[in-house]
Write a protein that binds this ligand. Sequence first.
Ligand SMILES: [Zn+2]
Length: 238
Amino acid sequence: MKRHPIFFHTMRLPRFRRLLLPLILLLVFTTTSYSIVGRHATVPPLPAFVMIDPGHGGYDPGVMAGGIEEKNITLAIAHQLNASLQARGIQTAMTRESDIDYANDGSKGSSSKRSDLDKRIEMTQEQQATMFISLHINNSPLATRGGAEVFYSKQNEGTKELAALVQAELHQVPEMSKRDSKPGTYYLLRKQDIPSLIIECGYLNISEEKARLNTADYQKQLAEAIATGVERWLQTQQ
Ligand SMILES: [Zn+2]
């Protein structure tokens, strides 16, 4: 059998040198494999744990119009958003899953509202969420057109871009009046140290929008748009 010249040459080397070539090859192979695995390992799954906050609840109905209460619509959209984010592999939790509030017993007015909001912030921190999304509905006699509007916590880096992406996806929802995302000074936004959004999903004083907001179909479209915006932003963070 004709031997390959390099192989033949190697076989004539002393024992240590004969072992050297396989050792080098093994080292090169191991290093290459490690760097390939290492590169993959540096791309984590979507690094997010989103705390979804359906605004209001329990004693606090939020805004109301024609028998429709904000707390019920925010809860319905929140359930849809929860499902949509989970379907995209994003971990989630909700501050409430039913019609409850977290106001301290016996407190009234602004102090009960404050204790309710503090509890939602505390839950977000306790669960070590990496993003906070609070859902609301607007009602303003001064508003002459509807539309969803995204407010962001300007103290958290990257949140402006997150808000812009979510707002852009909301613009894709049929019949959506196109509003701009903007920084917000709401208590819930100021107190969070993670990217946080308050999304006003529409206006109850605009009758066509009020009718849409009360349908499961429109609630799902809003949730899908928000989830898509969140997913797009997370992809920019990898
Ligand atoms: Zn609200």
